[in-house]
Structures are given as structure tokens and as C-alpha cells.
Design a binder for this molecule. Structure first.
Ligand SMILES: [Zn+2]
Length: 295
């Protein structure tokens, strides 16, 4: 085959997705699809286009327009809340060192996909950016790599399970799609306490079925795996709180030892230490910044 570039009509859909911008649409993060996947103007949803070489040979190639539409659709189905529509790993501004390290872990996770076999548990206090990291990973994997992802809030998941149990219907309908998706991101693990052995067994089954199927799971949680390491004595002095007030309960205490030991097999724990972004947002003092030289 000769090395020349075959002449192609540019794909209008692809141009629209050059820089996809998710928005908050009714509480859900969404990319606006200019047309449904089935109506891709380049291929009418077939997924391939006819093209012609300069020498007149006609050949068939994949339609990038349909691929772009499909990625946007994957993002829209991921379940990301609307308030995280603008969260990307590129926009994540790490101040403290450990937050920057967590972002580096997230970027490397995305870069290595699909080779990444271990999941990640982002551990840190509320407001340090854990959800932003999860949302940024889901965004990159769906929009840039076309990976089916699901984001679930642990509290919502537990509430849905309870509702299903209350209706005397099987939780399987809730769990199955979460088992099957390529990447599952579980936010706020442990926020909704598991109250019964049955609830714990459903969560354990979800986690262990994903593990057995070699599927990667991400978590974010306020609860450390090793509570003895928390909190630092300096922080306790600084905030004048008693040890009991500051120390979060260990993760195993809120979701059960069985679930935690499974997660330890599947994931690495990445601790984030930072002040609450929501509390410290706003202009930071410019102390120590060199003054511009005056001419
Ligand atoms: Zn197409």
C-alpha cells in the first residue's frame, strides 16, 4: 500500500467532540450528543464508512464519528453527578504534597489502562478532592479511551439495596450492572452504615464477583484502613480537638472486616492529607511572593 493519505470528508460529529464539555443537566453530568449514535451522519450508525484511495480503490474503515458518539454516551451513562461535570484530572489543582501524589496515581491509572489490574482506594477527610479524582478518572476513561464506567455513591447504593429488600425483590437487578461494568467507582464507602449481615453480604458479593472477574474497582472513603496512623498529633493540637473527635473510625468497623479484606486484595490505599478545599477555597495569601521589579 502506498503511503499517501486517502481523501476524506471531515466528520462533523468528530469536530463537535474535539473538546467535549460535560455540563450539569438536571443533576447529571452529561455531554450533549449532537445526534444519536444511530444517526451518525458519517455512517448512519453503521460504524464504518466507505472511502476511496487516490488510485480509485474503495475500502471500508471505522467511522470515528460513531466512536466519538459512543464515548460521549458512555460518559452520560456513567452516573456522575452534575456538580462534577467540570471535574477533570487536568483541572485538579493539588496544593499539598499528598494531594498531588494522589492525582499522579489517578493519572497513571488512566495512562496504564487497560493494563491496570489493581484498583485504588482514595482515603481522606471530606473535601480533599476524592470525588474529583474519581470523576476525573471516569471522564478520561469514557471520553478518551471508550471504557464503560459506572460511578455510584455508596449511600445511594445501600439505600437502593434496602428498598429492593423492602420490596422483597432480589438485589441482583441493582448489583448485576455494577458487577459487569469494566470500571466501577464507589464514592463515600462506609458513609451509609451496613446495618445487617445481609447488606454486608450483598456488598461483599459485589466486590468479590468483580475481583473474581478481574475487573477493577475504585473507592473513595473518609475512613482509614489503619486508624492507628490517624490523626497526626500536630493537627490535633492545632484544632484543639480531642483524639476521639478527630480520629475517624476504621473502615472495617463501618463496612465489616470481610468487605475490607477483599478490598485489600483488589486495591492499593492512597492517603490524602489536606485541609478541606471547600473551607479554604478562595484567593490564597500571596505571602513570600517576589514583588515585580519597578522600572
Ligand atoms: Zn459514523
Amino acid at each position: 500500500m502506498t503511503g499517501h493519505t486517502p481523501p476524506q470528508a471531515p466528520c462533523a460529529v468528530l469536530a463537535a467532540f474535539e473538546n467535549p464539555r460535560p455540563v450539569n443537566a438536571g443533576g447529571h453530568a452529561r455531554v450533549d450528543l449532537p445526534v444519536p449514535v444511530s444517526a451518525c451522519p458519517g455512517c448512519e450508525g453503521q460504524g464504518f464508512r466507505r472511502a476511496t484511495f487516490e488510485n480509485g480503490y474503495v475500502y471500508v474503515r471505522d467511522c470515528e464519528g460513531k466512536a466519538a458518539l459512543r464515548r460521549a454516551e458512555l460518559y452520560n451513562r456513567s452516573g456522575l453527578p452534575g456538580r462534577y461535570a467540570e471535574s477533570s484530572l487536568e483541572l485538579f489543582q493539588p496544593h499539598p504534597v499528598s494531594v498531588g501524589a494522589a492525582r499522579a496515581v489517578a493519572l497513571e491509572f488512566v495512562r496504564a489502562w487497560p493494563a491496570a489490574k489493581a484498583g485504588v482506594v482514595f482515603v481522606g477527610r471530606p473535601g480533599v478532592g476524592k470525588t474529583h479524582l474519581l470523576a476525573g478518572i471516569v471522564r478520561s476513561l469514557t471520553l478518551d479511551k471508550g471504557v464503560p464506567c459506572r460511578y455510584v455513591d455508596f449511600t445511594h447504593l445501600v439505600n437502593d439495596l434496602r428498598a429492593a429488600i423492602g420490596r422483597r425483590s432480589s438485589p441482583a437487578e441493582i448489583v448485576r450492572p455494577l458487577v459487569e461494568v469494566d470500571l466501577l467507582a464507589v464514592d463515600d464507602l462506609g458513609r451509609g452504615l451496613l446495618e445487617t449481615d445481609y447488606e454486608a453480604s450483598v456488598i461483599d458479593e459485589l466486590v468479590s464477583r468483580r475481583y473474581n472477574a478481574d475487573r477493577v474497582t475504585l473507592f473513595a472513603t473518609n475512613f482509614p484502613d489503619d486508624p492507628a496512623a490517624e490523626p497526626s498529633a500536630s493537627r490535633r493540637r492545632e484544632t484543639n480537638l480531642s483524639e476521639r473527635d478527630v480520629r475517624p473510625r476504621p473502615l472495617a468497623e463501618v463496612v465489616g472486616e470481610r468487605v475490607v479484606s477483599r478490598i485489600r486484595q483488589m486495591c492499593r490505599f492512597v492517603e490524602i492529607e489536606a485541609e478541606d478545599f471547600r473551607a479554604t477555597a478562595g484567593p490564597r495569601p500571596l505571602r513570600g511572593r517576589p514583588r515585580p521589579a519597578r522600572g
